[in-house]
Write a protein that binds this ligand. Structure first.
Ligand code: NZQ
Ligand code: ZN
Length: 393
């Protein structure tokens, strides 16, 4: 293993009725609470009433920030910041998926500064020196935002979807009750798992490739996600696969898998550009871009791609060369996403070849382990390849 420093301060309450622990947490924070949620799923599945009851019985004054949309916008963050300032908010409780949690993180940071949060943090990546404490109740497993220090906000007017992270943005606690995911539409359940798979691959396909625990964990988690997603789709009322899926997704981006690894993250960068122009679900963009990006850089690390093909997809054909096995693995990854009805080509989201230059121009490129000179032309090539279904031979 390479050297690393690891600290993850988020306390996790996991399991059925984990919300019964919330009072022990709420007493640690002040009286004025901002409750943040999305477009109404928590009202339809009853979680909203439970949360209001918990907050009231803990003697909290509640202000609500509702209507956080998927791919959360900067305007919603400004709305939350003004509530925090007007009502002297002490604590933020985010109830929802990654969008609600990410929005809450930037409300938390923006509430503690007079500067514009978007310019300071997302655009200029300045250090965050203060943020309100936040807690989360997760309703969609996927992003890992419930146990990490990052978040992503969009400015659709200017076609920007930007990421920022700070140790101050780790949630103080997160309540992970897999039962809350029973109300998810089938496609959202799949999208969450696809996002988590992509998080695993972003770390796995990067240096160093010599034996290390992070890569071993990555393969295990990837297989567990596939296995449990399959079970959850076949038996949507079963708790066990939901619980495994939820914890897999958290582990995929809580810092554990990136220990001692450089990380790639170019697929996420390209996806953010797609989302910023077309407001598509994050996982849809990843399902299109990630296999194509991997196929594009594959020649730089054939033994690693062969290992993935063999250990994750069980490809073991004696008559194939190492490179053919490596390519077959990434082709199977793309086929797997397609078998879940997640788009794998740009045409399926109505992106044509003449859209590619503007998309590529908006991607911020950086050196990655398998392509230290990765630049605009490489993004164009990956997006061009993404117009067609992947064929490995
Ligand atoms: O808004 P509501 O009505 O709650 O409906 C949501 C939304 O329409 C619905 N939903 C959530 N829980 C539900 C439910 N519907 C029924 N039952 C439930 N239990 O699902 C829809 C999607 O929700 P969203 O929060 O947008 O999904 P997700 O968790 O996938 O979050 C995506 C956002 O997170 C960012 C993405 O880019 C995107 O903006 N990411 C955040 C990361 C992070 N903070 O670490 C990393 C990721 O790579 C990702 O970029
Ligand atoms: Zn992601």
């Amino acid at each position: 293993m390479e050297n690393f420093v690891f600290q993850n301060p988020t306390k996790i309450y996991f399991g059925k009725n984990a919300i019964s622990n919330i009072n022990a947490e709420l007493v640690k924070f002040g009286t004025n609470v901002l409750l943040v949620y999305g477009g109404g799923s928590i009202k339809r599945n009853g979680l909203y009433d439970t949360v209001i009851q918990c907050l009231k019985s803990a003697g909290k004054n509640i202000t609500e920030l509702s209507g956080v949309m998927p791919n959360p916008r900067r305007e919603k963050v400004y709305e939350g910041i003004s509530y925090c300032k007007d009502k002297n908010i002490d604590f933020i409780l985010a109830v929802g998926g990654g969008s609600v949690i990410d929005c809450s993180k930037f409300v938390a940071a923006g509430a503690k500064t007079d500067d514009d949060f978007w310019e300071s943090y997302l655009v200029n990546q300045k250090i965050c020196n203060a943020a309100l404490p936040i807690g989360t109740i997760l309703t969609l497993a996927g992003t890992g935002s419930e146990m990490n220090s990052g978040g992503v906000i969009s400015d659709f007017e200017n076609h920007l979807k930007l990421h920022y992270g700070s140790p101050l943005l780790f949630p103080k606690f997160s309540i992970l009750d897999p039962s809350y995911t029973f109300s998810l539409p089938r496609e959202q359940l799949i999208y969450g798992a696809v996002d988590a798979m992509s998080h695993i691959l972003e770390s796995y396909f990067s240096a160093p490739d010599i034996s290390n625990v992070s890569d071993d964990l990555a393969e295990s988690l990837f297989k567990s996600l596939m296995y449990n997603l399959d079970l959850a789709l076949k038996k949507p009322k079963d708790y066990l696969p939901r619980s495994n899926l939820m914890w897999c997704c958290t582990l995929a981006l809580n810092g554990l898998l990136s220990l001692g690894k450089e990380g790639d993250w170019m697929s996420h960068e390209i996806e953010h550009s797609l989302s910023a122009f077309y407001d598509i679900p994050h996982a849809v963009g990843l399902s299109i871009v990630h296999p194509n990006h991997l196929m594009y850089v594959l020649e730089s690390s054939i033994p690693k791609f062969k290992r993935f093909a063999q250990n994750v997809f069980g490809i073991e054909k004696k008559e194939m060369t190492d490179e053919q096995i490596a390519r077959a693995g990434i082709s199977m990854l793309s086929n797997y996403f397609r078998s879940m009805n997640v788009p794998t080509t740009l045409g399926e989201i109505n992106v044509q070849s003449n859209d590619i230059p503007k998309l590529a121009a908006s991607v911020k490129t950086f050196p990655i382990s398998y392509a230290p000179k990765y630049c605009y032309d490489d993004v164009v090539a990956v997006l061009t390849n993404s117009l067609e279904i992947i064929h490995y031979d």
